[in-house]
Design a binder for this molecule. Structure first.
Ligand code: ZN
Length: 533
């Protein structure tokens, strides 16, 4: 305690106005945590209930109105912004997947974190790679000027680990559905097989229902969905060997954090001559949210457990006596379960296949017209003649625009004319949000956006009842937290962007960044001296 307050006094001294010219010493280890689907609404609701790790981090500098500014509020684009300082339009990661009609594979679908040029790769059995990420991450840039620095990532999802670490990772580990694995070659740290063995034992054992605190008990309200499943009052119990249930439980985050702590120890992160970067992707909140929604007893239990799991992890780091900083944010938010909030589910007649069939009939052609899912990026089949394509585009815009669930339809040509948005992300127009995740080579010929509140899942299924991906603030708004020992607590309501995280960390560790190569700007955080603009 005394040591902590001494550190804190020194910190305040350094960050006072008089000493502004002299930057405080950079931390030896920067831990960047992305909690998948941890929207600003969840953070604000549970903040008063956090007593462990999340309380510690929220005791630093809190930006409660952070934004993943882009319309494509999905995991891969979201994670691509955090460590690159760039919008998906610049990172090239416009979605979790997109369509490329020039590829040989039959479904034409490309996963964001794969290299489809590797023989034998398919969209389902892909070869992991960061090749689609068009920009360097903070770790990539750091290693160029400081080769001794380590760039390490651990995540529940492969795309989170790849997008946060980038092209020059020293180690990265992610869950493949059975165990933590890597796409990189090289020596396997001692802790990895040990952690995998422990996790296998955990999954092999049945997990009893979690014990809900009164706040969660009060949320328990069973809701039966159209497919017969009931959600809302679950306690995340699972049978022995239930791998899916494990992913939809706090144990998954606990396992990810255990692997992260093991790597810190094995690789002696934060103990070298230069700063190391550890990116952590915690995915359980997303799996719980998709399976149960965000306002039931299940998510409540996940939030309380997440706080404890992060707390245990930070205690382990503290016990290693490292000089570390923590940054915490999310890749996107979520919309709660449609049936709980009384929101409509999207009309299946709006799928690219269904709309394409209507168009084909109308303009009198056989064969496929549109490629895509339901909303978002929609592509014209490249087999159409120029004349057919023009007719199809006019029909598609008319059909989508006439539907009461559709808010806006943008064409590629429209978005190409708009400059990349900057300034406060809360004020961006829908077109600017769409532009922020637009890439001329990868994006659809049309971007279809639905009205606020429309759930993007037409029919709920087990594990998939609620989701995100809209251009609306419930999906865009995320918390952004910075913590270092002794940092004074402050909360800002200023609208800021997740692209600001990378230049802020860069300033914290004294890494020069070409401001014209990124979209974000260094944030005003105590102890961080931003470069003069
Ligand atoms: Zn996600």
């Amino acid at each position: 305690m005394r040591i902590l307050s001494a550190v804190s006094a020194a910190f305040l001294l350094v960050s006072s106005a008089a000493a502004q010219a002299q930057a405080p010493k950079p931390p030896k280890l920067v831990i960047v945590i992305s909690v998948d689907q941890f929207g600003a609404g969840l953070f604000e609701e549970y903040r008063p209930h956090f007593t462990a790790g999340l309380m510690q981090i929220a005791g630093g500098t809190v930006f409660r109105n952070g934004y993943q500014g882009q319309a494509a509020t999905e995991t891969c684009p979201g994670h691509s912004t955090i460590m690159t300082g760039s919008l998906p339009a610049r990172t090239g990661i416009i979605g979790n997947s997109w369509f490329d009609q020039s590829t040989a594979r039959a479904d034409k679908k490309i996963y964001c974190a794969e290299d489809e040029s590797v023989p034998g790769s398919t969209s389902r059995s892909y070869t992991l790679s960061a090749v689609h990420l068009k920009v360097p991450t903070l770790g990539d840039l750091l290693k160029k000027v400081s080769p001794g620095s380590r760039n390490v990532a651990v995540a529940g999802k492969d795309r989170a680990a790849l997008m946060m670490s980038g092209h020059a990772a020293d180690q990265r580990w992610y869950w493949n559905g059975k165990q933590f694995v890597t796409d990189l070659s090289g020596a396997v740290p001692r802790s990895i097989p040990l952690a995998n063995a422990e996790i296998a034992k955990l999954i092999a054992t049945a997990a009893p229902p979690l014990d809900p605190p009164p706040y969660c008990q009060a949320k328990a309200r069973p809701i039966t969905l159209s497919d017969g499943q009931t959600v809302g009052a679950g306690r995340l119990a699972r049978a022995a060997g239930d791998y899916e249930g494990f992913r939809q439980s706090p144990d998954f985050d606990g396992a990810t954090l255990a692997v992260a702590a093991g790597l810190v120890q094995d690789l002696k992160l934060g103990q070298g001559g230069s700063t190391d970067i550890l990116s952590i992707g915690l995915s359980a909140t997303d799996y719980v949210g998709h399976a149960y929604g965000s306002e039931g007893e299940e998510m409540c239990l996940q939030m309380f457990a997440l706080d404890r799991e992060v707390g245990d992890f930070l205690r382990a780091i503290q016990a290693m006596h490292l000089d570390y900083a923590v940054v915490l944010t999310a890749d996107h938010g979520v919309e709660d379960l449609a049936e709980r909030v009384g929101a409509p589910r999207v009309d299946p007649a709006l799928s690219a296949t269904a709309v394409g069939k209507q168009i084909a009939q109308k303009i009198g052609i056989s064969g496929r017209v549109l490629i895509g899912g339901i909303g978002g990026d929609v592509y014209f089949d490249s087999a159409l003649t120029e004349k057919q394509r023009r007719a199809a585009q006019a029909e598609a815009i008319a059909i989508y625009s006439a539907h009461p669930q559709v808010e806006a339809v943008f064409t590629k040509a429209q978005l190409e004319r708009i400059p990349l948005p900057s300034g406060p992300p809360d004020a961006w127009t829908l077109a600017q949000r769409a532009r922020a995740s637009f890439d001329a080579q990868r994006s659809g010929d049309l971007i279809v956006l639905f009205k606020k509140g429309v759930s993007l899942i037409a029919k709920p299924e087990a594990g998939d009842v609620a989701t995100h991906g809209s251009p609306w603030d419930y999906d865009r708004r995320v918390p952004i937290l910075f913590w270092r020992p002794g940092m004074p607590a402050s909360t800002s309501g200023a609208p800021v962007d997740t692209t600001n995280i990378m230049p802020t960390i860069a300033a914290m560790i004294g890494l020069p960044v070409d401001a014209s190569a990124i979209d974000g700007k260094c944030l005003d955080v105590p102890g961080v001296v931003c470069p003069a603009h």
